[in-house]
Write a protein that binds this ligand. Sequence first.
Ligand code: DGL
Length: 265
Amino acid sequence: MSLSNNSPIGIFDSGVGGLSVLRAIHARLPNENLIYFADQARVPYGSRSLEEVRAFSEEITRFLLSKGAKFIVVACNTASAAALRWLRESMPEISFVGMEPAIKPATEQSYSGVVGVLATPATFQGELYNSLITRFAGNTTVLQDTCAGLVEEIERGALDGDKARTILDEALRDMLDLGLDTLVLGCTHYPFVMPLIEQICGDSVHIIDPAPAVARQVEFRLVSENAKSTQDAKGKIQIYTSGDAKSLASLLPKLGFQNFPVAKI
Ligand code: DGL
């Protein structure tokens, strides 16, 4: 397929989480066409092996390329931990931007010296996370929690349900008691429960959602590769799921997306 500046940016995640990144990219680059793939038939990724997530990531990347994507955003911390380096090595002709937990900015910004990270077990196991800790944690205490079950709650649209609240309460209480002042959202699903996280943490905790930084990075890369969209019209957004298209279409308004077509793969 021949690519042009107006070819879409391909974005993927295990489910709806990467839509928090798509939202930031669309806000920053409104003229870009975007294709999103939610692998809802296989969500969650976080408890799977890195090898399995790498295989899924390759398959989805190839699907997005077959749809004419000019650029790939791995809008999933777990898939980035499992596959980003490998995708870049095995497809050097493609440009990729991925996620990494914001350990560097968090440790720089923390006054109390206590930072929390919420991410999946696979992200915590990955080389990327561990190298960030080695490079940037220094004397900062970095507390971690996997928030088991939270991704599933978000996938079913229970953004402020009792279960989500209990999971977050249990994850954050001990961190708060230990002096947490900066919290890294290391899973792209979690910005969708930001109101709950803010309620539990109160005003004194700075919460880092990496999506705006990723959107800036996408813009920087498109500009430097001379690949930015040239159209004046607003970009089109097409959403695909490996799960149930109807249920995703009915979940989207809860996540802040009105009237988007969803296709099943
Ligand atoms: N949204 C994904 C992330 O950023 C993972 C959720 C999952 O499938 O476990 O890690």
